[in-house]
Design a protein around this ligand. Sequence first.
Ligand SMILES: Cc1cc2nc3c(=O)[nH]c(=O)nc-3n(C[C@H](O)[C@H](O)[C@H](O)COP(=O)(O)OP(=O)(O)OC[C@H]3O[C@@H](n4cnc5c(N)ncnc54)[C@H](O)[C@@H]3O)c2cc1C
Ligand SMILES: NC(=O)c1ccc[n+]([C@@H]2O[C@H](COP(=O)([O-])OP(=O)(O)OC[C@H]3O[C@@H](n4cnc5c(N)ncnc54)[C@H](OP(=O)(O)O)[C@@H]3O)[C@@H](O)[C@H]2O)c1
Length: 239
Amino acid sequence: MQALRQWTEKLYSVLVEADVTPFTAGQFTKVGLQIGEEFIERPYSYVNAPDETPLEFYFVTVPDGPLTNHMTQLQAGDPIWVMRKPSGFLTLNEVPDSKHLWMLSTGTAIGPFLSILKTGDPWKRFEHIVLVHAVRMASELSFAETIQSFKERYPGQFHYIPIVSREDTDFAIRARIPAALSDQRLEARAGLEINSADSQIMICGNPDMVKDTQSVLQDRGLERNKRRTPGHVTVENYW
Ligand SMILES: Cc1cc2nc3c(=O)[nH]c(=O)nc-3n(C[C@H](O)[C@H](O)[C@H](O)COP(=O)(O)OP(=O)(O)OC[C@H]3O[C@@H](n4cnc5c(N)ncnc54)[C@H](O)[C@@H]3O)c2cc1C
Ligand SMILES: NC(=O)c1ccc[n+]([C@@H]2O[C@H](COP(=O)([O-])OP(=O)(O)OC[C@H]3O[C@@H](n4cnc5c(N)ncnc54)[C@H](OP(=O)(O)O)[C@@H]3O)[C@@H](O)[C@H]2O)c1
C-alpha cells in the first residue's frame, strides 16, 4: 500500500501500486487484507482512470464492517491484495448514444463516475454531462479538486449537482435523489430535461436509492439498458 488519504472521520482513499489487468473506466475489482487467520476481500470501484497510477479506491468505514475498519489502520508499505481481473458493467460501453448523460451517485459511489470522467470518452460522446453526488453532510462531498478540474476543462458541458441530505447549505439540494427527480429539482438545477429521447442515466450506490430512482424513471418511460433491448438506465448496487 502506497498511502492512505483521509477525507473525513469515516471517508478514506487507499492508494496502491499494483500490476493489474487493464480495466474499463467504471469497473471494480476486489481488494483484500489478511486479518489474523482470515483473508477478507470486498469489491471496490477504481477511482483512477485506466491509464493513471497509483490505483485509488475510495471507501467509507461502516459500523462493524470487517474489512473497512482494518483498512483504516494501514501504514505506507503494508501489504494489500488487489485482484488483477476487473469486473462490472457500469461502463460507457453499456450506454447507448444520446445527448445527455446523467450520473447519479450516493456516498462512495461517486468513484466509478470520476474514473469515467477522467477519460476522454464521455466528453466526446455527450453534449451535456450531469454528475449528481448525494451525501449526508457537506464535509462528505470529497474530490472537490477533481470536480473543479472538470468544470474548468469542460465549461458549459459539465454540470455538478451536490445533494446534502442532513444539513442546510447555501449550495446543495437538500433531498434524496428519487425525490429531487420526482419534483424536477435536479433538472431545474442542470437546466436540462430528462426524457427518453435525449437522456442516458447511470445510477450507482445505495441499493434503495437505485431501486427508487429506477422506479421514478420508469414512470417517465425510461427503462433499464439490456444488451438486446437498449434502454436508458444503467445501474450498479454497492450492497
Ligand atoms: C460492485 C461493488 C462495488 C463496490 N465499490 C465500493 C467502493 O468503491 N467503495 C466502498 O466504500 N464500497 C464499495 N462497495 C462496498 C464494499 O464492497 C464493502 O461492502 C464495504 O466497503 C464495507 O466492507 P466491510 O467489510 O467493512 O463491511 P460489509 O460487511 O461488506 O458491509 C456491511 C454493511 O455496510 C453497508 N455498506 C457497505 N458498503 C457501503 C458503502 N460504500 N457506503 C455506505 N454503506 C455501505 C451495507 O449496509 C452493508 O450491508 C462495493 C460493493 C460492490 C458490490
Ligand atoms: N447508523 C445508522 O442508522 C446508519 C444507517 C444507514 C447507514 N449507516 C452507515 O453509515 C455509513 C455512511 O453511509 P453513507 O452516508 O456514505 O451512505 P448512505 O447511507 O447510503 O447515504 C448517502 C446518501 O444517500 C441517501 N440515501 C439513503 N438511503 C436512500 C434511499 N433509500 N433513497 C435515496 N437516497 C438515499 C442519504 O440520504 P439520507 O440522509 O436521507 O439517508 C444520503 O444523502 C455507512 O457505513 C452505513 O452503513 C448507518
